[in-house]
Structure formats: C-alpha cells, structure tokens
Design a protein around this ligand. Structure first.
Ligand code: ZN
Length: 333
C-alpha cells in the first residue's frame, strides 16, 4: 500500500494498493475518482476487491493488480467533478507540445448559458433555455462540443486548466514507479454519469487503432465497447488514457474509461451547471447551494439501491474480464 499526499493540511491523499506479483509483467489497474464526485462507485468496486479472499483471484506468478483510489482527492472530498482550481482532470493531461488553450466554437457561443455568473436558481430553466441552441446544432453536436474540453473559461464547466494540474504533476512522477516493468497493462478508469441507467460502456481513446479497438471489443464481448466518438463517446483533449498510452508507448497499454450510466445527459449537465454556479457564486449555506450540491451527488452516485448493487456487480465483472484479457497475453501487442 502506498499513500501519496496531495494536501497535508486537508488530509487529501491518493491511495494505491498492490496485489499479486512484486514485479508483475502483466497488470490490471483499476482507478477511481478522476472526476471527484464520480468516485463512489469506483471506490466501492475497489473495496469489494480488497475484501475478496486471495483464492478468489488465482493469478499466475507474473501478474498483478493495482488499485488507485481517488485520483482527484480534492474533488472527491469536496463533492465536485473538478479539482481545487476548477480543472477537469480528464482534460488536463495534454501531451508535450499541446497548448493549454482553445475552446470549441459552440462552447464559446453557449458560455453564457452553461456558466451564468450568478448563484443557481431554485427553479432551473436550463432545459427550456437550451432549446434554441439544440435546434441549431443538434443534441449530439452540442454534447460533443460542450464536453470536449475548453481552456479559456477558468470558471466554466469542462475547463482543462492553464498548465499541468497538481495531480498531473504527481502522476508524472508516480505512474512509472507504479507500473514498473510491466509490458501488458489494462487499466479500467471508473466513471459515472454517461450512458443508460446502470449500464456499463467501455470507452476507448480515439488515438487507439481501429484494429486494437475491434480486438478489445471482441475480448470484452457482452460488454459494450465504444471508440472514437461513436455512440455516447465523444472525442476529448487531455484525457488520462491518451497520456498513459503515449507515455508508455513501449508497452501494450490498453485503457478503458469504464462509464456507468445514471440519469440523462441533460439532467446531469443541468446538475453540473447548477453546482458550478453555486461553487463560484452562491452563498455557501443558501438553500439553492445546498440543493445544487445534493443534486450533483445524486446525478453521479444515485441513492437507488438496485443501481448500486447492479453497477458494483458489473464493475467486478469488468475487472474479471480484464484479467482474462491480460492473462491470455494475446492480441496485437
Ligand atoms: Zn467522469
């Protein structure tokens, strides 16, 4: 077990557990909480894996499991999707030579709607207000443009930051140590909020080759795998997965953003918007702030018992399947 302290005063840490071989060649990584408030389900999956007896996971001598808990500890502790600087960490991992600037044109147009400079209203009119924009651009184009990531509106949603974030800098140093000499790696980075209620979709980075994407989809047969902006997936900039694959391009590093659906895209966007307004502009104890914070937690960690039980089981199954894929050492490498 390793603990990386992000902020000593606030007791914020990323905790990492290692199981299996001391120097594994084949590795499954399960990470949680890159998007703060989305961390509850990933954390539940990780906890349940820790509670399993060792016999439940018979691994060969050269295989290991790493659990990375709370990649965005500030966001998780403060129930936000973003970090302490309002940065969406999954838009912050730009590669060498990529600039922390630029915003999709539609986002720029919709900034006033997405990020109104004032506290949230108790009656949120987002759905009504967004109709003209929907009519002009279509829901899919709108979602892609909004969620792609922007680097010009520091108080806005999906802000990728102006420089590598604190967590980004920590991972630059820690990741190579965590994965050591492993040559076959599969990471499941667990998120919530995208997709149908309780459903699991594995999203691949759009930099993955078509051949590799097809191979992974075959391997995960039964679990939906989406790639390159198909279906609910959308191309983003600065994703952790693209960074991992570029940084460790000398290994076979498969990376899946494991998305578990909750409410509709519009419901969740509306919850994100209200909470972001409350964070930047709302009096901390006002009714609308408290309500916005509660809404955000429900949007990304629904209280519904069957949602929680079913997604936990699906998460565990995805980990089991990941091991089967890594252990057969097959594929294109
Ligand atoms: Zn997420």
């Amino acid at each position: 077990m390793q603990t990386i302290t992000i902020d000593e005063r606030a007791d914020l840490t990323i905790d990492v557990a290692f199981a299996g071989a001391e120097r594994p060649d084949r590795l499954v990584i399960v990470s949680s909480g890159l998007h703060g408030v989305e961390g509850f389900l990933g954390s539940a999956v990780q906890n349940s894996l820790l509670e399993d007896p060792a016999e439940a996971w018979p691994l060969p001598d050269d295989a290991g499991l790493i659990l990375i808990h709370a990649l965005n500890p500030w966001g998780y502790a403060n129930l936000r999707r973003f970090d302490e600087a309002n940065v969406d960490l999954n838009r912050n991992f730009l590669l060498e030579g990529q600039a922390y600037s630029g915003t999709p044109e539609i986002y720029r147009e919709l900034d006033g709607l997405l990020n109104p400079p004032g506290p949230p209203r108790l009656l949120d009119l987002m759905a009504i207000e967004s109709i003209p924009a929907l009519w002009r651009h279509g829901e899919r184009a709108l979602r892609r443009a909004i969620a792609r990531g922007q680097y010009d509106f520091p108080r806005g949603l999906f802000y990728g930051g102006a420089e590598p974030s604190r967590v980004h800098r920590v991972l630059l140093d820690a990741y190579p140590r965590w994965i050591g000499g492993a040559t076959q790696i599969l990471q499941l980075d667990i998120h919530t909020g995208l997709g149908g209620w309780g459903e699991l979709v594995l999203l691949l980075e759009d930099t993955v080759s078509a051949e590799r994407a097809r191979w992974l989809a075959d391997q995960f047969a039964g679990i939906k795998v989406e790639w390159s902006g198909e279906g609910i997936a959308y191309p983003t900039r600065g994703g952790l997965g693209t960074w991992c694959q570029a940084t460790f391009s000398d290994r076979a590093f498969d990376y899946c953003c494991a998305e578990f659906g909750t409410y509709s895209g519009r419901t969740n966007l509306s919850a994100l918007r209200a909470e972001n307004q409350a964070f930047h502009w709302g009096p901390s104890e006002s009714r609308s702030t408290v309500r916005a914070r509660r809404r955000l937690v429900e949007a990304f960690a629904p209280a519904d018992r069957s949602w929680r039980a079913e997604t936990l089981e699906r998460g565990r199954d995805a980990v089991r399947r990941s091991f089967a894929i890594v252990l057969q050492r097959g594929g294109i490498g």
